[in-house]
Design a protein around this ligand. Structure first.
Ligand SMILES: *[C@@H]1O[C@H](CO)[C@@H](O)[C@H](O)[C@H]1NC(C)=O
Ligand SMILES: *[C@@H]1O[C@H](CO)[C@@H](O)[C@H](O)[C@H]1NC(C)=O
Ligand SMILES: *[C@@H]1O[C@H](CO)[C@@H](O)[C@H](O)[C@H]1NC(C)=O
Ligand SMILES: *[C@@H]1O[C@H](CO)[C@@H](O)[C@H](O)[C@H]1NC(C)=O
Ligand SMILES: *[C@@H]1O[C@H](CO)[C@@H](O)[C@H](O)[C@H]1NC(C)=O
Ligand SMILES: *[C@@H]1O[C@H](CO)[C@@H](O)[C@H](O)[C@H]1NC(C)=O
Ligand SMILES: *[C@@H]1O[C@H](CO)[C@@H](O)[C@H](O)[C@H]1NC(C)=O
Ligand SMILES: *[C@@H]1O[C@H](CO)[C@@H](O)[C@H](O)[C@H]1NC(C)=O
Ligand SMILES: *[C@@H]1O[C@H](CO)[C@@H](O)[C@H](O)[C@H]1NC(C)=O
Ligand SMILES: *[C@@H]1O[C@H](CO)[C@@H](O)[C@H](O)[C@H]1NC(C)=O
Ligand SMILES: *[C@@H]1O[C@H](CO)[C@@H](O)[C@H](O)[C@H]1NC(C)=O
Ligand SMILES: *[C@@H]1O[C@H](CO)[C@@H](O)[C@H](O)[C@H]1NC(C)=O
Length: 650
């Protein structure tokens, strides 16, 4: 993820500056005439010919991160299903964030009573003499807790002498209304932490400002204290997976039909220092054995969403995993040559964890962690944006070291280089390596790049591993996606799809944001702790339309005019034809389409005023689908200014 120069102006740290640099393949000159007349555009889609289209073209990019300006909570407090914040006191920055006493007690973070080697502190609840009622503590989640009316799973660890009832509640922080009230009986001792698990029903509330309470009979503890650790609360998860994804947020993503998932970063894999990089082997196994980490962006990651959870996520959404491995570059030191060797070995251990037979050391560990069969991972990226932040000079060597190790042992894997700057890549680049370009652009600049790939050599495959339109103006800053910007993304994607013989993969970024923590926009969709808060952006609809309607072959199109303001790309799978259209201009356009041999299907249309988009809790613009029929295969499509459309007929 990098920002842009306007947004970044005034940031003085090296991290901030580095993330603000941009690097992109040069645009090249427009190969087509632009024509802004409103005479109808006539398009005839050929039934044969054309090039193969990459089946992986449209995917999604995910990382728990972003710049220091931004805590958008994509993983914890986002797509991961666990809804209590600071639940294991991981990282170094949170203290008692999200905790509060309930009743007459004192609470503090107790480092003298670690829950495990990984979860190094717990919450001490000290009960004064004379207390006779139920007391305990609250957790306020990520700006609240969604209460959906479903059955929730809850677990916590406890230490201290206590035999009796624990009461769990979900309570409106302001209303005091009780949406869940559940007792369980525990028997806890002061010799060790014991885990307790339970389930309870909830009553739906549309409001998100709820908190979770754990209380116990204070009369039994008066004058003493109890310790609690690694508290977890899960609403139902996507596909019912344990330690899975928040169902509503994941389902909304599934509906986009992404073909691959790029994870775990992005900047997130790099680390502020070598030792704070994303470490695969601390993100596996029981959550109580995962230490989490202070992320690159000054808030902790619990790593409850770890390597295996990413891979289950991919399987559950039928996405190809694109796993990034650490390339030796942190924002502090950069390791290369002999210094990198132990880390190459660590990556090979990770590969054994993914692919090894249960008879191997790491393959056995994978099986113990719930996955007997090898994972299917065919795409590995080496690092992230290694042309930046001092990485350029050593990347060719670092890349070669990791490439050789991985490729020698696992030749089926396609390797991706983390950028497209040839002066920072090995020369020659090994055959079949894909380069990764990242672009955040203003609308007109995206449209200028429409032909970026038309004139690229056909022997170098490309991934656009991050792209998104940002309307960056000094006065207005960055805004949520709006029609002109999303239309420019559609134009750029049409350019990619036309060239999807070489553009193998593309992913909009970033993916999601929690409204309470949203100082980076745009994203594809947002939400907060209210159950019905999920709000798509207009870019969400563009991604969904494009990913859901793509053929396996790109078809030639004969046109009465050149590209602009109307842009198009046609494809087919068997007898199913798709035509994507974007009108990047202020005038209505009529597009007369002929697709011989077809007669029926649907038209999906996304249209709205230039500067309008959907905003949190307010979806004004969305895809409208209409049925379409014409015995001769001739269709007349009226495109509003800034509209994006897909015609799908057979
Ligand atoms: C490629 O990297 C070199 C070295 O850092 C830099 O000078 C050059 O501007 C970069 N080129 C592009 C297109 O970003
Ligand atoms: C782009 O067009 C300009 C002006 O016609 C020309 O000078 C330049 O060489 C062209 N660049 C490329 C990469 O074709
Ligand atoms: C635009 O297209 C119209 C109709 O095809 C044509 O008559 C006109 O000459 C074109 N204008 C330009 C500037 O190419
Ligand atoms: C197929 O690829 C060739 C070579 O790049 C290109 O000239 C042609 O326009 C492409 N055809 C389609 C339909 O995109
Ligand atoms: C990042 O944010 C934290 C907390 O908001 C702040 O203390 C720190 O100085 C910031 N760091 C940078 C590099 O801007
Ligand atoms: C907890 O109970 C055990 C066993 O009854 C006892 O030995 C111990 O002293 C108790 N601890 C406290 C703090 O009361
Ligand atoms: C939980 O137990 C307490 C103490 O026995 C009792 O007062 C309360 O009614 C119980 N709550 C539920 C929901 O059963
Ligand atoms: C939740 O409510 C349903 C329907 O009333 C009931 O069958 C189920 O046992 C309840 N589950 C729990 C965990 O209380
Ligand atoms: C909730 O608990 C039940 C019973 O232990 C278990 O079968 C289920 O998988 C759990 N669900 C989640 C999301 O953890
Ligand atoms: C993870 O791997 C590193 C390097 O191989 C090793 O030093 C470390 O002990 C491992 N950590 C865990 C938790 O297995
Ligand atoms: C692609 O072809 C060009 C020209 O033939 C050649 O210079 C280049 O090395 C080739 N690149 C790859 C990755 O094969
Ligand atoms: C986008 O930027 C343009 C140019 O500064 C500005 O006029 C427009 O209002 C911005 N749009 C939004 C939605 O902020």
């Amino acid at each position: 993820m990098k920002s842009d120069s306007v947004k970044c102006a005034g940031l003085a740290t090296s991290i901030a500056l580095a993330t603000c640099l941009t690097s992109v393949l040069a645009g090249g000159n427009s190969s087509t005439e632009r024509n802004s007349s409103t005479v109808p555009v006539s398009l005839t889609v050929a039934r044969e010919g054309g090039n193969e289209s990459s089946p992986l073209l449209y995917g999604v990019m995910f990382e728990v991160m972003i710049t220091n300006l931004t805590k958008i909570f994509q993983g914890d407090g986002g797509i991961h299903g666990q809804v209590l914040q600071n639940n294991g006191f991981q990282g170094t920055s949170l203290g008692l964030t999200a905790y509060a006493p309930v009743g007459d007690v004192n609470i503090f973070q107790d480092t003298s009573k670690p829950v495990s080697k990984a979860i190094t502190s717990s919450l001490n609840v000290e009960v004064p003499d004379g207390v006779t009622n139920y007391v305990g503590f609250a957790n306020t989640g990520y700006n609240g807790i969604p209460v959906t009316g479903a059955t929730y799973n809850c677990s916590f660890w406890m230490m201290g002498n206590y035999s009796g009832t624990i009461n769990l509640q979900l309570v409106g922080s302001h209303s005091g209304s009780v949406y869940a009230d559940h007792n369980l009986t525990v028997k806890s001792t002061d010799s060790k932490f014991t885990e307790f698990k339970t389930r309870f029903n909830t009553t739906y509330t549309p409001k998100g400002d709820n908190e979770w309470h754990l209380t116990f009979d204070g009369s039994k503890v008066a004058g003493s204290s109890l310790n609690f650790g690694l508290i977890q609360l899960f609403p139902p998860t996507f596909k019912g997976r344990e330690n899975g994804l928040r169902d509503d947020i994941a389902t909304f993503l599934d509906e986009v039909n992404p073909a691959f998932l790029r994870f775990p970063g992005g900047n997130n894999i790099e680390g502020l220092q070598v030792d704070s990089r994303w470490k695969w082997n601390t993100t596996i196994g029981p959550v109580v054995e995962r230490p989490g980490r202070e992320s690159d962006w000054f808030y902790p990651n619990t790593d409850a969403l770890g390597l295996d959870e990413y891979l289950w996520w991919c399987e559950d959404m039928n996405m190809a995993p694109l796993l990034a491995v650490w390339s030796g570059k942190s924002y502090g030191d950069i390791l290369s040559g002999p210094d990198l060797e132990p880390f190459v070995e660590d990556t090979m251990n990770e590969m054994e964890y993914l692919f090894g037979d249960p008879s191997t050391h790491y393959g056995k560990l994978r099986a113990q962690n719930g996955r007997k069969d090898p994972w299917k991972v065919d795409l590995i990226e080496i690092g992230n944006e290694d042309d930046l932040t001092g990485g350029c000079e050593t990347y060719p060597d670092r890349f070669n070291q990791l490439y050789k190790a991985i490729h020698d042992k696992y030749p089926h894997i396609t390797i991706i280089a983390s950028h497209g700057n040839y002066s920072c890549l090995p020369s020659p680049l090994p055959k079949d390596v894909i380069i990764d370009l990242h672009l955040y652009r203003a609308p007109d600049d995206f449209v200028k790049l429409f032909d970026q790939f038309d004139n690229q050599p056909r022997n170098q495959s490309v991934m656009v591993g991050e792209f998104g339109c940002r309307n960056t103006t000094a006065e207005r800053g960055v805004s949520w996606p709006y029609m002109q910007g999303s239309c420019s993304e559609a134009v750029y994607m049409i350019g990619m799809e036309r060239n999807s013989d070489i553009v193998k993969m593309a992913t909009y970024a970033p993916l999601i944001q929690h409204f309470g923590f949203d100082n980076w926009t745009p994203t594809l969709y947002g939400f907060d702790s209210a159950p019905d808060s999920i709000t798509p952006t207009v870019s969400y609809f563009v991604q969904k339309m494009f990913a859901s309607n793509k053929g396996d072959t790109i078809l030639p199109v004969h046109s009465s005019t050149g590209f602009g303001p109307v842009y198009w790309v046609a494809s087919k799978t068997g007898s199913q034809y798709y035509l994507k259209l974007a009108n990047y201009g202020p005038e209505q356009q009529t597009v007369k389409v002929s697709i011989p041999g077809t007669k029926t299907g649907k038209l999906e249309m996304l249209a709205g005023p230039k500067y309008q988009g959907d905003t949190p809790y307010n979806v004004q613009i969305q895809t409208v689908t209409t049925s379409i029929f014409n015995g001769q295969g001739n269709y007349s499509i009226s495109m509003d200014p800034w509209a994006v459309a897909v015609l799908a007929v057979s």
